[in-house]
Design a protein around this ligand. Structure first.
Ligand code: ATP
Ligand code: MG
Length: 573
């Protein structure tokens, strides 16, 4: 491709709307342009990079036995009803009606479409397992589209769905997909970490997220500094710290006028936050209430609580309900002597509080020297603690740390949720109907491109891994004098004939502009063809990621470049 005829209006300044490096660089390097909030146009350079990622994903999926499909994006409501997702996806689904008034949605994910097809087309266990995929556009009406193509409203996903006669077969495909994902991310030059949803300590995971660690990640990842424990903060667990038991003293009431926050209580009683038993009153969906106890220095992980409540999101009770239940204003609740009996759920950390301080269920009063069992007995002990950096690893006791992570892909054992909803059955060996079990596997293609840039850039621009770069080699033609142009054209043609992706910068621009653009776009290999070099029979060869340049005899440059190109690809395999 010749730069003179390529539409790539690079920008010198960082666009104000871009908060993160990859977004800013994708705009500056003319990979993308915004059409409207969460909607992006891929310019020729962006399209090339995106297609390279797509091709890598396709190759690896095919190697892993995947079969590619193209489903409609437009899905009738009836398809999304059996699984309940027409309702569940309430806000996120783009909905529309056709001319006859029938409801449709733009596909946000395709479990239903694939499951329904398998239900119609697969008859026997002998046809299983199968792993079906597509690389296709998805639509989601995200609450907050942001960070450019990282979270947009229209994006490309590789979504795959596997179907199995038994769990062992699902396990095998799930492991193959997990391996395949590692290969894909390696090939695009990404350093990813995988986070198992069930903590490593428990073994046998049903879900694994592939993340890149970066400051702009929307998820928090907790990992151990000593062992391989790693978990999403939503799921992370930790070991309780040991505290030596104290002899129990008798309960006493203390007047605490207007002292209700842990911080104020710490100052008032002159003791550490871990001496307190925090009591939080939650309201459930059926309007019933539950008290949650946790040590004063800790916070409740509401995802864990939601899981305990069977998936419903708990909300804190309002002041009126708190008064009815405890007999006091919010801030003075405690497990001893509540006015109304409600279930008491205690985090395990409560077991490490001796002679604790809690609300007295009376305005402006607290109880001191409260002890578990002697003074109160929770209905259940549950792990509800929000794990933080510095806590002790559940696996080895080492110190935990916290990082931000961005999810690029997800492998998941779905089980029979969709096959049951669609009444899918196949005949087993004994000619009996069985319901197949499923796995699903997604990768965000655009987000992967953004993540590559997030991980590979410097102050001059993108430093693309060769596998994802829009062009592998750029040739900066500095003078248009006959012999110089001829040399550049020859190198260009020979490299292209050997299969390299080359951009010949033949624009009528200053050398600085050409160098800056090649650096901004992140083309891995640069060849400079200029008057001075050609007079000496050489051209200059430079890697984007390195400072050094080398003068290479014109006669050797094609072979040297191809060698270098091969080496850069090998690094990614
Ligand atoms: P998130 O928690 O980031 O919203 P998700 O759980 O909704 O992700 P999945 O439904 O598992 O995502 O989709 C698979 C992949 O699609 C994600 O790992 C991500 O890479 C990509 N993806 C999801 N939503 C978006 C989006 N709005 N824009 C770009 N890529 C997305
Ligand atoms: Mg989402």
């Amino acid at each position: 491709m010749r730069a003179g005829t390529l539409l790539f209006p690079t920008l010198r300044e960082a666009p104000a709307e871009a908060q993160i490096a990859s977004h800013s660089l994708m705009l500056r390097a003319a990979l993308i342009r915004m059409l409207a909030s969460g909607l992006y146009t891929y310019m020729p350079l962006g399209t090339r990079s995106l297609q390279k990622i797509t091709n890598i994903i396709r190759e690896e999926m095919n190697n892993a036995g995947g079969q590619e499909f193209i489903f409609p994006i437009l899905l009738p409501k009836e398809l999304l009803t059996p699984s309940g997702r027409w309702e569940i996806f309430r806000q996120e689904l783009f909905r529309l009606k056709d001319r006859h008034g029938s409801d449709h949605a733009l596909g946000a994910t395709h479990e239903e479409a694939f499951t329904e097809l398998v239900g119609r087309e697969v008859r026997s266990y002998r046809q299983l397992p199968i792993n079906l995929y597509q690389i296709h556009t998805k639509f989601r009406d995200e609450i907050r589209p942001r960070f450019g193509v990282m979270r947009s409203r229209e994006f490309i996903m590789k979504d795959a769905y596997s179907f199995h006669a038994d769990d062992a077969s699902l396990d095998a495909t799930y492991n193959t997909m997990s391996e395949t994902y590692r290969k894909i991310f390696k090939r695009v030059g990404l350093d990813v970490v995988s986070v198992k949803a069930d903590s490593g300590a428990m073994g046998g995971s049903g879900s694994e997220e592939f993340m890149v660690l970066c400051d702009v990640g929307e998820e928090e990842i907790i990992s151990c500094t000593d062992c391989d424990y790693r978990a999403n903060a939503e799921k992370a667990e930790c070991k309780s710290e040991y505290r030596s038991e104290e002899p129990a003293q008798s309960v006493a009431k203390a007047a605490t006028p207007n002292v209700s926050t842990i911080k104020a209580l710490e100052e008032f009683f002159k003791v550490e936050a871990s001496k307190f038993i925090k009591t939080l009153i939650y309201q459930r969906e059926d309007k019933s209430h539950a008290a949650v106890l946790i040590r004063g220095d800790l916070d409740v992980n509401e995802t864990k609580l939601a899981n305990y409540f069977g998936g419903e999101t708990p909300v804190l009770a309002d002041d009126k309900a708190v008064r009815e239940i405890t007999g006091a204003r919010t801030g003075f609740a405690g497990p001893v002597g509540m006015k109304k009996k409600i279930p008491i759920i205690a985090d395990n950390s409560i077991k490490t509080v001796f002679n604790g301080i809690t609300g007295a269920n009376e305005d402006d009063a607290h109880l001191t020297n409260v002890n578990l069992t002697r003074d109160f007995t929770p209905d259940a002990f549950v792990d509800l603690r929000l794990v933080k950096a510095g806590d002790n690893c559940i696996q080895c006791g080492g110190k935990l740390k916290s990082n931000r992570g961005l999810e690029l892909g997800h492998v998941f054992k779905l089980g029979k949720k969709y096959t049951e909803a669609f009444k899918v059955t196949v005949l087993d060996e004994a000619n009996k109907d069985i319901v197949p079990t499923m796995g699903c596997y997604g990768i965000g293609v655009n987000r992967t491109l953004a993540a590559v840039i997030e991980q590979h850039h410097d102050e001059k621009g993108i430093v693309f891994p060769i596998s994802v770069a829009p062009f592998e080699v750029s040739i900066a033609l500095l003078d248009t004098d006959g012999a110089i142009r001829e040399a550049a054209e020859r190198i260009y043609n020979e490299l292209r004939a050997a299969g390299a992706d080359v951009l010949l910068d033949d624009r009528n621009e200053r050398p600085g502009v050409k160098f800056n653009d090649a650096d901004l776009i992140g083309i891995p290999i640069r060849i400079t063809v200029g008057k001075r070099g050609i007079a000496a029979g050489t051209v200059e060869l430079k890697l984007r990621r390195e400072k050094d340049k080398a003068d290479v005899p014109v006669a050797d440059i094609v072979a040297r470049t191809l060698e270098l190109r091969k080496k850069l690809f090998q690094e990614l395999s």
